[in-house]
Design a protein around this ligand. Sequence first.
Ligand code: ZN
Length: 405
Amino acid sequence: MNSPTAATLPITGDQRLVKNINRIALLRLLREEEGLSRADLSDRSGLTRSTVSLLVKELIDEGWLRENEVIVTGQLGRRPTPLQLDGRRFVLVGAELTPDTIRVVTTSIQGEVLEANEAALRQVDPEGACHQLVEMISVLVRRVVDGGREVLGIGVGLPGAVDSQTGVLQFAPNIGWRNVPVGERLRAELESADLSSVPVHYQNEADLAAIGETEFGPRPADDPLVYISCGVGLGSGIVLGDTMFTGATGAGGEIGHTILHLQGRACSCGRRGCAEAYVGLRAIAADAGLDGKPEALKAAMAERKDQARAAFDAAGRNLGVLLQNIWTTFDPKSIVLGGEAVALGGADFVDPALQVLASYGEAAGVPAPTVRLARYTEQAVAVGGAAYALYALMHPYQALLQQQR
Ligand SMILES: [Zn+2]
């Protein structure tokens, strides 16, 4: 097989492709600014008014767009009709597999969560886990179809680096998987659940959460954006130039294994001094005197135990150093913090991180980038999966490149 490059992509367009690109352009314009009229769309896209009218009619008939009520102002003449995305017909499905939990959600194309479900992972082996995952997805999909709506796609977040060209999850130490052909397995499960016609995408969890922030977040979307997922593992999703940056093999953004301390603590990856050995939940639970058991942190924090709070404070300071390194590497418009550690530690974890970051900024005389918390909290990855299913439709070229990479 030839090495995949942009040159091997089918970029010579037939009429259908051009039409699709134009349709997507209109949808994207309306997502950036709700209430544009046909005339506005024509001005901004450079398409003729008759082409816009034709495409808008099609998009309304299919259920992508709707016309808003025209506000009667008493002015003479017909006022242009404002348009907006129609959230009623199409539904996106997102899912997250963690080492102990499966979460599934359905959302509208505007990112509104319609339904959510969560269950403990019954079996950690890939066969059992993928089976349960698709079982839970099927339940939600059936409800969507029974309600007369249509599923556009499914996005699944996984706890490790995924090679999107081969569909192989290379390494997920926290669940003990190595070189698992997740894509193949999910497709087989979807086929036996009679869902093989629905496009399915699978990616590293933090990558999807990052796309969730840019697709469903406020407009214009922050870009570059770095999403940091703080849990047992520590990962990041990077959106650069409206594209997910995942590196050459899908392992880009594995910030848990950047080194914070020379000759520091031993890490699960074999190196010493990795961020995960200071900021990961197992490390925090060990520092809190809880035998390295993250599940014990919830009760300890609920009781406001000093040792647990001090452990989150120390981890937060290390996270601040990591934020400083991410800031100078990417110069992001914003950094988003999410994951279980943020939920458990709250201000005891986040505030010291922000203080450390601000102190580096002051020392250099430059303002630190905006850091905010994930919009969808514990559903960030599952919603990100739904967002990616939409992203793939609205960015067919980038999604294709991602697959060929
Ligand atoms: Zn490491």
